[in-house]
Design a protein around this ligand. Structure first.
Ligand SMILES: Cc1ncc(C[n+]2csc(CCOP(=O)(O)OP(=O)(O)O)c2C)c(N)n1
Length: 638
């Protein structure tokens, strides 16, 4: 399909160029930006639906406000592609989400127009309020504008920020981008409440701005505005929830109507003295049929064909870890009616959609609310249920105090299924699952497992289901398994016991999780060089298999631990134990291989692991150095 012409966008080098454009030209510009988003994401993949929904809003915001002096803070920032295109990054959109290219999210290091980095949700109002305070305390910064979706406003942190902003009463803007979608349909009372607000469309505005504002509206919507205002003022308590929190509320308005957007944003910018919430209704996937009609609104897509919308999904040889988890949990749930599952707005990403289909009443989507998810699971465990709390490693970080205080401290048997553990590829550093082994293993009583392959994952699901003694976690990576043969039914693993995969006499490679595959490759290469190698799969970071580790250290000249996690994780625990028991003094060379102490930018997972120096070749080189042999003497790559 030929790329459509984009004459208006071609004249725009940066946001300053929008200031002289008429409403008609800005409408045309939005059309061009939409074409640009579709054509560039078709070549790179990415968050298409969310970005298409905010095209007009982005154009209007940049026409009315002045970034980088004004601070535009995109929540999650997965919808920031139009913003990137308008802020000088159009010519690099073909590098989006790739190694060395543009990040898929806003990044302060990438552009002065990216006021605040994100990737996790519901942070924008807090950050924007911080900018507003900075301005009021004399820093050279302009208006602060947070743009947050109806999914992301379901998280507690957003309310904490609204509550504080209303209390402070400082001038700032929150744009609620309401498309009635999260990744999946949004859940909860807030979602219903927002739907109620715009049931009486189109415009409502209260308090001192109202009269002036209404008269500034174009004729056809002025009447509607009056009607809606009465409707909103008629609510018991006198206003919307946002007004109760201290905000001026404007809306709902049509987020694809450039006239309404410009009028409202200009009026708000000219008149606001305190916090203002502008409620904008948009359509996720707007302007691209295949996205608008898809159930997921093309929230996240791989490369696709523009004319048909068909995505180029690579067909894997092995099932994904996610699907092995999802299917195994359904099997276990079929046998045990006490098994329940919890997701924080990620039913399909976590594979819990399979259990939702089979046992809809036993799966709870709590919205983007990881903290609540963990404590809710704690309560269910205390009540005698067997909850599986399925949260990506990176998002589990948000529920940390709940894991410590509500679950671990009370020894409650919550099962944590931790997907996307390790480096995740295109989503980059915000989504890296780097820290869970470290932050879970330091908790008293916590059992922490990592699957070396998909068969072991199946065993770990069964093991977790049967474990009632306290909290238990198992981590597994993004993507497909290694092709391991899956057992008919998950087997119960002995808690705290690893396994020896191959036995040698000189060197031991001790892995946690899917580093096992690379260690086996490295062992082949080392054996070809005449070095006798043991490979052991620790399975448990906690409790650690100290019998196994003791044997490895006592019977080999060198032991190398390998894990896909940050420093302070499994290797550190091994070192603690060796030091405590005096085994560090006995002459065995020890090396620990972890992710480096840096945030690794987006690239393919293979490239990211190469940068992290965790490939099979790196393992072999580290082993050789530990044995006192010069590394890098292989004829062919490991
Ligand atoms: C803390 C956290 N949990 C989960 C996610 C995964 N996630 C990314 S976007 C999204 C949905 C956001 O919905 P909404 O704010 O309505 O934006 P939309 O995509 O609909 O424009 C979710 C759950 C996240 N980014 N951060």
């Amino acid at each position: 399909m030929d790329k459509p012409l984009t004459p208006t966008l071609d004249r725009v080098a940066g946001p300053a160029d929008l200031k002289g454009l008429s409403q008609g030209e800005l409408t045309q510009l939005a059309k061009d930006v939409r074409h640009e988003v579709i054509s560039s994401v078709s070549q790179t993949g990415g968050h298409l639906g969310s970005s298409l929904g905010v095209v007009e809003l982005t154009v209007a915001l940049h026409a009315v406000f002045n970034t980088p002096f004004d601070k535009l803070v995109w929540d999650v920032s997965h919808q920031c592609y139009p913003h990137k295109i308008l802020t000088g990054r159009r010519d690099r959109m073909h590098t989006l989400r790739q190694g060395g290219g543009l990040a898929g999210f806003c990044k302060r290091t990438e552009s002065e127009h990216d006021a605040f980095g994100a990737g996790h949700s519901s942070t924008s109002i807090s950050a924007a309020l911080g900018f507003a305070m900075g301005r009021d305390m004399g820093q050279p910064t302009g208006d602060a504008i947070a743009v947050i979706g109806d999914g992301s406003i379901s998280a507690g942190m957003a309310y904490e920020a609204l509550n504080h902003a209303g209390h402070l009463g400082k001038r700032m803007f929150v744009i609620l981008n309401d498309n009635e979608m999260s990744i999946a349909p949004p859940v909860g009372a807030m979602s219903k409440y927002l739907s109620g607000l715009y049931a009486g469309t189109p415009l409502g505005k209260l308090k001192d701005m109202a009269e002036d504002f209404e008269s500034a509206l174009p004729g056809p919507i002025r009447e509607g505005a009056r009607r809606a205002r009465q409707l909103v003022t008629g609510f018991p308590g006198g206003g919307t929830l946002f007004e109760e929190l201290g905000f001026d509320y404007i809306g709902p308005i049509d987020g694809h109507d450039m006239g309404q957007l410009l009028t409202v944003l200009r009026a708000a910018r000219a008149r606001a003295s305190g916090p203002v919430l502008i409620h904008v209704c948009t359509v996720k996937g707007k302007g691209y049929k295949p996205a608008e009609t898809a159930a997921d609104k093309y929230h996240g897509v791989s490369k696709f064909d523009v004319s048909s919308g068909a995505q180029k999904k690579s067909k894997g040889n092995a099932p994904s870890y996610t699907s092995v988890f999802g299917k195994t949990l359904v099997e276990e749930a079929a046998r045990d009616s006490r098994i329940v599952a919890i997701t924080a707005a990620m039913p399909s990403g976590t594979g819990l959609d399979m259990m939702q289909d089979r046992f809809p009443r036993r799966v709870f989507d709590v919205g983007i609310a990881e903290q609540h998810a963990v404590t809710f699971a704690g309560g269910m465990a205390a009540a005698g249920l067997r909850p599986f709390c399925a949260i990506y490693s990176t998002f589990l970080q948000r529920g940390y105090d709940q894991i410590v205080h509500d679950v671990a401290l009370q020894g409650l048997p919550v099962r944590f299924a931790i997907d996307r553990a390790g480096l995740v590829g295109a989503d980059g550093s915000t989504h890296a699952g780097a820290f869970d082994v470290a932050f879970l293993s330091n908790l008293p009583g916590m059992v922490v497992m990592a699957a070396g392959d998909e068969a072991e994952l199946k065993d770990m699901v069964a093991t977790a289901a049967a474990f009632d003694e306290g909290p238990i976690a198992f981590r597994y990576p993004r993507g497909e398994g290694v092709g391991a043969e899956l057992p008919e039914r998950g087997r119960l693993l002995e808690i705290g016991k690893g396994r020896v995969i191959r036995e040698g006499s000189q060197l031991a490679l001790l892995t946690l999780g899917p580093a096992l595959g690379d260690a086996l490759k490295a062992a082949e290469e080392l054996e070809a060089r005449g070095i006798s190698v043991t490979v052991a799969d620790a399975r448990f970071a906690k409790p650690m298999d100290t019998d196994l580790i003791g044997q490895l250290v006592d019977n080999h000249a060198a032991v190398v631990t390998v894990e896909h996690g940050a420093e302070g994780g499994f290797g550190a625990l091994v070192l603690h134990w060796l030091a405590r028991t005096g085994r560090l003094d006995r002459g065995c060379a020890i090396r620990t291989m972890t992710l480096p102490d840096t945030f690794i930018e987006q690239a393919s997972p293979a490239e990211m692991y190469a940068e992290a120096k965790l490939t099979a070749r790196d393992i072999a080189d580290t082993a050789l150095t530990a044995l006192g042999v010069a590394p890098g003497h292989f004829a062919k790559p490991a």
